[in-house]
Write a protein that binds this ligand. Sequence first.
Ligand SMILES: Cc1ncc(COP(=O)(O)O)c(C=O)c1O
Length: 338
Amino acid sequence: MSVISVPQAFNEEDLYVDLRPIFGRSLYLKCEGFNFAGSIKLKAANEMVEAADRAGVLKPGSVLVESSSGNLGVALSVIAASKGYRFLCVTDSRCNLSARLMMEALGSQVHVISEPDAAGGFLGARIDFIRALCASDDRYVWLNQYTNPGNWKAHYRTTAPAIAREFPQLDVLFVGAGTTGTLMGCARYFREWHRPVRVVAVDSVGSVTFGGAPGRRMIPGLGASVRPPLLDDSYVDEMINVEEVDTIRACHRLARHGFLFGGSTGTVVTGAISWLASHDTRDVTAVGIAPDLGERYLDTIFQTDWLRAIYGTDVLTPAEDHWHDLDPPVRTCHRIAF
Ligand SMILES: Cc1ncc(COP(=O)(O)O)c(C=O)c1O
């Protein structure tokens, strides 16, 4: 029995899905969506707020402010409510309606940026808004997940050791890259570990994180329109870019087997399965990280009209053979080895 008195005290750390029956390749998917914030971002949020508390940055009357595409906002809403702080989430029009409603239900305020900045990105516009806010009123405290070391330290302390404990023979780890907190925390941990682990970053096409051309990205979580300051790619062995249509097909395939995961999980799984298909993986132990679950995407990734409007009808074609036919790997995955 687990008994808790604050929501951030609970997180399911030891749940993995074996994807071999679904995708025909041996991949263990670490499920990070089973906590009161519904995502991996609870760990980063908790680490950053605890550090700010310890440093005396948060005082009575402080208002937390953060830029988030949804999940960190929900996680900070949970923690702010639990600790009695106010929280303002600055997001943009790609934020899922359900994430927004959850934040408001938890007592947070949500500000939606609807115009991109001069460079065409929403992230820059969100950050400009927060900078102006903090300059105008010193009660605002910006944790800044893009630069805050607590973001990666959370995974160095929890996610990576949990994987190492369960998979002492780990060979390859697939991690999605948003702010790169998860990626950098895990990559730093495994660089110091007792055996070599290949760390493969998975990103979406249209993200500039690893030097790709900026492009339209409709699925929140992974990817960035500005290179993440936390990223040190000397820790990353390889990077795979995934098209959103392949992300969606992976999410649908998982759902048809009863596993409703979010968009970034579809991206990580696509990248990982493609990598596994193009390597000799007979004795390879591979793990991927699933950052959240699918309920937040019912009106997007799992909604036919939204999919048709954004990607056309092809995305709805069941690609049953797509996954068993991956030599050569998925056409739309682009790999760069560092
Ligand atoms: C659903 C989802 N997946 C992946 C990520 C990326 O995690 P990180 O910011 O640690 O790179 C996020 C971050 O917000 C997310 O919300």
